[in-house]
Design a protein around this ligand. Structure first.
Ligand SMILES: CC(C)(COP(=O)(O)OP(=O)(O)OC[C@H]1O[C@@H](n2cnc3c(N)ncnc32)[C@H](O)[C@@H]1OP(=O)(O)O)[C@@H](O)C(=O)NCCC(=O)NCCS
Length: 153
């Protein structure tokens, strides 16, 4: 079945400081954990427009922010040649399944491509079936890396 389109046309563009309240509200609605200081910091690092390899994009429809994506191009991290990393993508629950997430991913991949990137990576929690289904639908597959972690005393 084809993905239904939202009523208002969706425009994907770079974040503006006036969008931060909406972005933080979408995140808080999903994670139930408001983090205003974090969002201000992420905006400074990724949304200033000065850092050419960092992207913070929003999807706007009918004057409202419906979702966002954040990522960057990184060189030689984990021994890997330059690739694009998507480290956050979220769509307002009431705006889902209308193609907004796909538009956001497509837009950031377009930015990556213009910087010569041919590989895009992300990481997700094993139990997050929703984000797994989404990324799989976009053609992403398991990568040849293993995440490791340790609890520090
Ligand atoms: C994942 C997410 C971004 C998808 O956004 P969206 O706008 O609903 O995505 P799209 O409408 O573009 O969906 C594209 C495809 O993803 C898959 N998909 C999306 N939601 C799905 C769901 N609930 N169940 C199964 N597959 C799903 C489908 O294959 C869908 O294509 P289809 O509609 O033709 O079947 C959104 O659900 C979200 O914000 N989830 C929570 C965010 C989150 O957990 N982020 C983790 C931290 S980064």
């Amino acid at each position: 079945m084809k993905t239904p389109r939202p009523a208002a046309p969706v425009r994907v563009r770079g974040v503006r400081s006036g969008d931060l309240g909406d972005v933080a509200a979408i995140d808080a609605e999903i994670t139930r954990l408001p983090k205003p200081a974090y969002w201000a910091q992420i905006h400074r690092r990724y949304g200033s427009g000065r850092a050419q390899q960092r992207f913070f994009l929003v999807a706007e429809a009918g004057g409202r922010i419906e979702g966002f994506v954040i990522g960057e191009v990184r060189d030689w991290e984990f021994g890997s040649p330059r690739c694009g990393w998507v480290f956050a993508i979220s769509v307002r629950p009431k705006a889902r399944l209308a193609g907004v997430g796909s538009r956001l991913l497509e837009a950031i991949c377009g930015r990556f491509r213009r910087l010569g990137v041919t590989k895009v990576r992300t990481m997700l929690a094993r139990e997050n079936q929703l984000i797994l289904s989404f990324f799989r639908s976009q053609g992403m597959m398991a990568a040849p890396f293993i995440p490791l972690e340790i609890e520090l005393e």
